[in-house]
Structures are given as structure tokens and as C-alpha cells.
Design a protein around this ligand. Structure first.
Ligand SMILES: C[S@@+](CC[C@H](N)C(=O)[O-])C[C@H]1O[C@@H](n2cnc3c(N)ncnc32)[C@H](O)[C@@H]1O
Length: 288
């Protein structure tokens, strides 16, 4: 299971890298590091791609998995914006299941904020290699940590890597909760319950009703790919239950934008034929 989950690390950032082949006014996300941090062969394939192929790939993906392409890009853009807004008050950054995400290296380099990026060993090793290639060494403000959330106590792992929980921290947990079992999600939230007041959390989840077989029209292929028969996605939440679920761990929901709202914010101005998937939600919360 974790091996399949590890392989998904490349997906979201490959889309972001493909996006950079388009003219700037058509992009949902601007990210000049996306391609550089991807492992081969994704990086090499994308380097050969022209703008028409890039645009066509998004349209083909929208036909097969409506909203997946647009949804992943919208959540990237939204979390970038939330991090930038919070940055003046933030003293640490922790990305749980960071994959090949670049925001630590794009947004934090002059901020004085240290970043901890956690993921499975195979992805951490590949990312370290690419960072060293791009910057000559792992940037001094970043610590990359190999973990398996299902088998390690996060508090101890982070403490061993120099993280102290009295720092107001921006946590990102993007595209990860669906790959975990409920016990691991709750264990992670127990660690988050000990975060400093004023800390922020941007996280995504898949709707529980979708995992239970209530599949909206158009989402059937996504269901077959990730839910049944394979059960790659395992954990989900009901949007109405998120407030109480987080409150039990001391977190207050600041915002949980509807997928259509994210599309209005980030897709409409591009005039591209993309939507934002209805079955995944993004939440911004604060430790009270
Ligand atoms: C869909 S990717 C998302 C990556 C990144 N957050 C993004 O949105 O670009 C899911 C990530 O979660 C990580 N992950 C899933 N289960 C994990 C586990 N048990 N321990 C550590 N990392 C895990 C995977 O290795 C993968 O990089």
C-alpha cells in the first residue's frame, strides 16, 4: 500500500510542471522549480513537451477524470496563497507527505523559516538528489525526513530532526490523508494537537461518501482507479463533519472552499475547459 502511495508523489507536481509549458496567462499555478525537482523520466518527458501537447493533456485528463487536473492545480495555488498570507506570523514549516512539492524552495528561501519535508524514503532520496543538482546542496533552511506515517511516532521523528513544537508552524498535509488508515490520520492529528497556538494547517481529504460508493456522475473512472477494486484511497471525511473532527484536536476551521469556488477563483480567468473535482476538499485551519 505505501509503495503505491509513494508512486503518487510525482503526479501532482508533474501536472504543475506540464502547466509551465503553457503561456503564463493560461497557467493556474506558476512554478519555475516544478520540473527541476521531478525525477527522470517525468522531467525529461515534460522537457520535450510543447504548449499544444500540454494543453491537450489537460483536456484529455478532464474527459477521463473530470476535475482531477484542475482540482490538483487549484489546491496547489490555494495552499501557496494561504502560506504566503500566514508567513509573517510563521516560525516553521512542516510538509507531511511532501512528495515533490516545491513551495518550501519557492516561498521560504528568504523568510528565515525552516522547512521540514516528510515522505517515504524512496521519494525523499529522489528529492534530495534533485535538490542537490538544482542548488548544489540541500538548501540550509530545509530538512528532508524519510518516514512511514503508519509506523513512526511523528513527534519523536520531528524532534530528532530539530523541530520544536513551541514554534508557530504552517503544516501542509496535501493529497495524503486518503492514502492513510484512520488510526494513522488520528495519530497525526494527535501530534498536531500539540502544535503551538496560532499554527496553521492546510490539508485535503476525499469525501467519505465517495469512498462508500456514492459516486457523482463523471467520477466513475476515478472511483475505479483509486477506490474499488483496489482500495488505494482508504480514508475520507464528510464536509459537514470536518469542523467537529478538527475541533476535537484543538483546531478551528478558517475556510473550506467549495470546489466550484476554487474553480471560480483560479480557473475561470484562464478560460480553459477545466473544472475542480467535487470529491476532494481543501481546508485551512488554525490551532487555537
Ligand atoms: C498524492 S501524493 C501528494 C504529494 C504532495 N503532497 C503534493 O500534493 O504534491 C501523496 C504523498 O503522500 C506520501 N505518503 C502516503 N502514505 C504515506 C506514509 N504512510 N508515510 C509517508 N508518506 C506517505 C506519498 O509517498 C506521496 O508522496
Amino acid at each position: 500500500m505505501t509503495q503505491e502511495a509513494a508512486q503518487t508523489g510525482v503526479g501532482p507536481m508533474a501536472l504543475v510542471a506540464i502547466e509551465q509549458r503553457l503561456a503564463p496567462h493560461l497557467r493556474i499555478v506558476d512554478d519555475d522549480l516544478a520540473a527541476a525537482l521531478l525525477p527522470a523520466p517525468a522531467r525529461l518527458l515534460i522537457a520535450l513537451m510543447g504548449s499544444r501537447t500540454a494543453a491537450r493533456m489537460a483536456v484529455m485528463a478532464e474527459r477521463k477524470y473530470p476535475g482531477l487536473w484542475g482540482g490538483m492545480l487549484c489546491r496547489k495555488r490555494y495552499i501557496d496563497e494561504k502560506l504566503l498570507e500566514a508567513l509573517p506570523q510563521v516560525e516553521a514549516f512542516v510538509n507531511l507527505g511532501a512528495g515533490f512539492d516545491t513551495r518550501a524552495y519557492r516561498l521560504l528561501h528568504d523568510s528565515g523559516v525552516h522547512a521540514w519535508e516528510l515522505d517515504q524514503a524512496v521519494n525523499i532520496a529522489a528529492k534530495r538528489k534533485r535538490l542537490a543538482k538544482r542548488f548544489g546542496a540541500i538548501p540550509s533552511f530545509a530538512t528532508l525526513v524519510a518516514v512511514d506515517f503508519e509506523h513512526l511516532a511523528l513527534d519523536a521523528v520531528l524532534a530528532a530532526q530539530g523541530y520544536t513544537r513551541n514554534r508557530r508552524t504552517f503544516f501542509v498535509w496535501e493529497g495524503v490523508t486518503q492514502y492513510l488508515d484512520e488510526a494513522t490520520v488520528r495519530a497525526t492529528l494527535e501530534m498536531l494537537a500539540r502544535a503551538a497556538p496560532g499554527s496553521r494547517l492546510a490539508f485535503t481529504y476525499v469525501r467519505r461518501d465517495f469512498l462508500e460508493g456514492n459516486v457523482p456522475q463523471g467520477q466513475e473512472a476515478l472511483y475505479r482507479r483509486f477506490v474499488s477494486p483496489q482500495a488505494i484511497w482508504r480514508f475520507g471525511l464528510d464536509p459537514e463533519a470536518v469542523r467537529a473532527f478538527l475541533a476535537a484536536y484543538g483546531w478551528r476551521v478558517i475556510e473550506q472552499p467549495e470546489p466550484d469556488e476554487l474553480a471560480r477563483r483560479y480557473i475561470v480567468s484562464t478560460s480553459r475547459p477545466l473544472t475542480c473535482m467535487p470529491i476532494e476538499r481543501t481546508v485551512c485551519a488554525e490551532r487555537v
